[in-house]
Design a protein. Structure first.
Length: 386
């Protein structure tokens, strides 16, 4: 490499570094400005450095004016093209950043979808970020909706329990005052009435305790293999007198294969859940009707227990609220007879759902001809447990 070549290379290098230093200073001054302006500076500085280096090379190598003009024109046109592409890229990034900022501002204050512009030109990374923010917004909206529904259920529960406790307390007060004043002649009958009232109130308190225990998610109890067929037969035996007094026929339909109908769970909790469903079905079935307990195994391997009643069906708008805490239909809110008034505070179905979900199962209700069917599906007992 001769002396002239080294001199030309040194000059071009020095001019390139000088322009780069000036461009770096300009870029530092614009570091807090819009990203679009920064992208313009980034696009112009390399072109300016190349232009300065080529100008010095042209002078040092004594290139003809014609050739110099062609080279400089090509370089200027390339610089304009680079500037245009920098402006376009800055516009895309700015639009994506504005979209992200808009979603972030609405994330904690509004659960409605944010109104944004066209996302077709947004870079992939920013588009992925906006998708994550949209998913987060949907999760927050669902959580807010669940919390509102829970708060509504709590208020309804307080109202229902206040009503259900105030009525028997008023009756107890009236009977106790009558006994104290000596105006009640049938003292044993009054005492039996007071005991029945206390038992009903005790049932309400027990339901509240059980519901709070399930909501608190305590450590799991010791569980074992439970045959749903035997459990259904036991519940039918315990509630047959109640069904007979209501004029309702109670039927159990289950195969004899216990191994196929066994689940892994707590027998006492599952018995309470099924008892709540059967008791609810008996109360709402007209005299002469039938309550059927059916146990079988589904195609996916889960064990299913269905309680079908003759209540006449549940309105479609209320099907999703049946298992809410404290929910009861209009007839049960203002019961027309004493039997209905002793049906509890609307906690039985909520407790049943809590028990089933604690066993990693599902519970649902559907309308059938003449009534509705509550279906419980539980995982089968593992082979190691069986």
């Amino acid at each position: 490499m001769n002396h002239d070549t080294m001199k030309i290379l040194a000059l071009t290098t020095l001019w390139t570094l000088a322009v780069a230093a000036v461009g770096g200073g300009i870029l530092w001054q614009f570091r807090r400005r819009s990203l679009r302006i920064t992208m313009m500076v980034v696009g112009l500085v390399p072109m300016a450095a190349a232009l300065a280096a080529i100008l010095q090379s042209v002078r040092a190598m004594f290139i003809s004016q014609h050739d110099s003009l062609v080279v400089l024109w090509t370089l200027a046109f390339s610089a304009l093209l680079g500037l245009a592409m920098s402006v376009l890229l800055g516009h895309w990034i700015t639009a994506g950043s504005r979209d992200v900022g808009l979603r972030l501002r609405h994330l904690g204050t509004s659960y409605e979808p944010a109104v944004v512009g066209n996302r077709g030109s947004v870079p992939l990374e920013l588009a992925a970020l906006t998708d994550e923010l949209e998913m987060t917004r949907k999760k927050l909206a669902a959580s807010s909706e669940r919390e509102r529904a829970l708060e509504t259920s709590r208020r309804e529960l307080v109202a229902f329990m206040s009503h259900d406790l105030r009525t028997p307390l008023a009756g107890l007060r009236a009977v106790s005052e009558g006994l104290e004043d000596g105006v009640i002649e049938d003292v044993p009958g009054a005492l039996r009435q007071m005991r029945a009232t206390v038992d009903r109130m005790t049932g309400l308190v027990d339901d509240l305790f059980e519901l709070s225990r399930l909501s608190a998610a305590p450590p799991p109890r010791r569980r074992s293999a439970v045959s749903l067929r035997e459990l259904a037969e036991d519940v039918a035996g315990e509630t047959c007198e109640h069904a007979r007094s209501e004029g309702v026929k109670l039927v159990v339909d289950a195969p004899d294969d216990d191994d196929r109908l066994a689940v892994h769970g707590d027998a006492d909790e599952l018995t309470r859940a099924v008892t709540n469903l059967v008791g609810n079905a008996i109360r709402h079935t007209e005299r002469g009707g039938t309550v059927r307990l059916a146990v079988d195994r589904e195609s996916d391997g889960r064990v299913r227990l269905a309680v079908t009643d003759g209540c006449g069906g549940i309105p479609d708008d209320d099907l999703e609220r049946v298992f809410d805490i404290g929910w009861r239909g209009d007839e049960q809110r203002t019961p027309a007879n004493s039997a209905a008034s002793s049906s509890g505070g609307g906690l039985g179905l909520a407790i049943a759902r809590g028990v089933v979900e604690s066993h990693e199962g599902t519970i649902a209700v559907t309308n059938v001809t003449g009534g509705c069917a509550f279906q419980i599906a539980l995982p089968p007992v593992p082979a190691t447990t069986a």
